[in-house]
Design a protein around this ligand. Structure first.
Ligand code: NAD
Length: 466
């Protein structure tokens, strides 16, 4: 069992020096241009692929230690996810990095215009703990593909995975261009004092504000992958059995600790009973009658997050679940009926295994409910009604919309991922990540042989009349 170092202690001189040296080394490599050639980028991506393939067992073990992830979950949502992101990137990188030719207007003829993606320089990646491998390495894939140097700061709350990233990355990737610094608030604060070319942060809103404040010192661009409450609307025409199975799959994966997990359901009164029964059936199908004993059901990251999630139960009506195993940091899949909307449960992102179910009489009421709240990271709708589908997709703002499923849009690297409003800024995955961590430089090249005098002063009346 891995024992975590104390991440709350202030940094000593050696740790400060390590941060400074790592930063200087990366800056030097970025300035040298050695990370720019396509060959270097593909080489690094191939090496990262080899790391993931060759250390699957150790990575699965670390994810199990940190979050009780099953082999299947560790594979699909972390290792396999990253491998398919790398394969997709390797397949398209040559095309993404080519100059993108655009039209040149008459006034600039003869000439050519194009957009040339260029590396930003040195990127700081601050990862989150709930998908500790994926959320540290997916931004790294985008950063390397774009030809950047990168410093990875995995989350201290997933110490086994963080330690393995720290150990393996220098063995596979170019150590002069990719560095790893472990730890929590103290090293991250020190890192945030450096002048980065981009900061890519995944986590909660409070720290996002710290990151943005620090970035403003050098006007550094930031990507903020945040969270919030992602609503799940169920309308009367939905196939209830399939809806329930898919919601159970997405909500209770990683014990509900997923930024795009359905946070709460809003269901029409007329199908409420049927949906609740179907949810219970699906829960038993997927996790058995005693979910806390299921090898497929994960743990809450630590005691303080368990206490946070438990406090959300308050005096709500628990329709299903509610059982807690304090020692193993586990809480059974829990359904709460018609919670008080002013309660902590409905005011905060749950980020745990509780699913509130709210009832409305009409779907239009459900839409108004969502519209009155901050723009979500993901919005889910279950329906067979094409008009409603069109209305929701075209009139509701959200980071992503997914109809008749939850979370699966993440598996499509062609879809950009990110929030809107308080659920985040900036998108990544696939070409979106490449573009996000590149500067799209505008280039115009003119010829000397035609030089129209019309543009130059003096602007006589005759010139102006032309
Ligand atoms: P957090 O914001 O507390 O921590 C995230 C990172 O910030 C960690 O690496 C941590 O070391 C660092 N950090 C913590 N305190 C700091 C400080 N004072 N100064 C500088 N750095 C500090 O993580 P959290 O709030 O527990 O994460 C959960 C949130 O993240 C949820 O809202 C969830 O929805 C969101 N999330 C979003 C995504 C996404 O891709 N959009 C993915 C996962 C999680």
């Amino acid at each position: 069992m891995y024992s975590a170092p104390d991440h709350t202690a202030p940094l000593d001189a050696a740790e400060n020096a390590l941060i400074n040296d790592s930063y200087q080394q990366l800056k030097q490599s970025a300035n040298s241009g050695r990370t720019h050639p396509l060959q270097w980028r593909t080489g690094q991506l191939e090496a990262l692929k080899a790391l993931l393939e060759q250390h699957q067992d150790a990575l699965i073990q670390a994810l199990h230690e940190d979050l009780g992830k099953s082999v299947a979950e560790a594979w699909t949502s972390e290792i396999g996810f990253l491998l398919s992101d790398i394969k997709h990137t390797l397949k398209h990188l040559k095309r993404w990095s080519k100059p993108r030719k655009v039209r040149t207007p008459l006034i600039a003829q003869p000439g050519t215009s194009y957009i040339l993606p260029e590396p930003l320089g040195v990127v700081l990646v601050i990862g989150a703990w709930n998908y500790p491998l994926q959320l540290t390495l997916a931004p790294c894939i985008a950063a390397l593909a774009a030809g950047n140097c990168v410093l990875l700061k995995p989350s201290e709350l997933a110490p086994a995975t963080s330690a393995l990233i720290k150990k393996l990355i220098p063995r596979y990737l170019d150590p002069s261009a990719i560095a790893v610094i472990e730890g929590g608030e103290a090293p991250t604060t020190a890192l945030l004092r450096c002048h980065w070319d981009h900061i890519f942060y995944t986590g909660g809103e409070a720290v996002a504000k710290i990151v943005m404040r620090a970035a403003s010192e050098y006007l550094t661009p930031v990507t903020l992958e945040l969270g919030g409450k992602s609503p799940c609307l169920v309308e009367r025409s939905a196939d209830i059995e399939v809806t329930a199975r898919r919601i159970v799959w997405g909500k209770w994966m990683n014990a509900g600790q997923t930024c795009i997990a359905p946070d709460y359901i809003i269901v029409e009164e007329c199908i409420k009973e049927a949906l609740l029964n179907a949810l219970k059936r699906a829960l038993v199908e997927q996790y058995g009658k005693q979910p806390l004993r299921s090898n497929d059901y994960g743990t809450i990251i630590n005691a303080s997050h368990l206490a946070r999630v438990r406090s959300y139960l308050g005096d709500h009506t628990i329709y299903h679940g509610g059982v807690i195993d304090e020692q193993r940091h586990k809480m059974a899949p829990t359904i709460v009926l018609d919670p008080n909307l002013d309660s902590a449960l409905m005011q905060n992102e749950i980020f745990g295994p509780i699913l509130p179910v709210i009832t409305t009489t009409q779907i239009s009421e459900s839409l108004a409910f969502v519209r009155d709240r901050p723009k979500p990271l993901a919005l889910y709708l279950f329906t067979n009604d094409a008009t409603l589908t069109h209305r929701v997709i075209n009139t509701m703002s959200a980071g992503s919309v997914c109809v008749n499923d939850v979370m699966l849009f993440m598996a499509n690297p062609a879809l950009p991922f990110g929030g809107v409003g308080s659920s985040g800024m900036g998108q990544y995955h696939g070409s979106a990540g490449f573009d996000r961590l590149s500067h799209l430089k505008s280039v115009m090249v003119r010829k000397f042989w035609l030089d129209v005098a019309l543009r130059y002063a003096p602007f006589s009346a005759r010139k102006l009349a032309m």
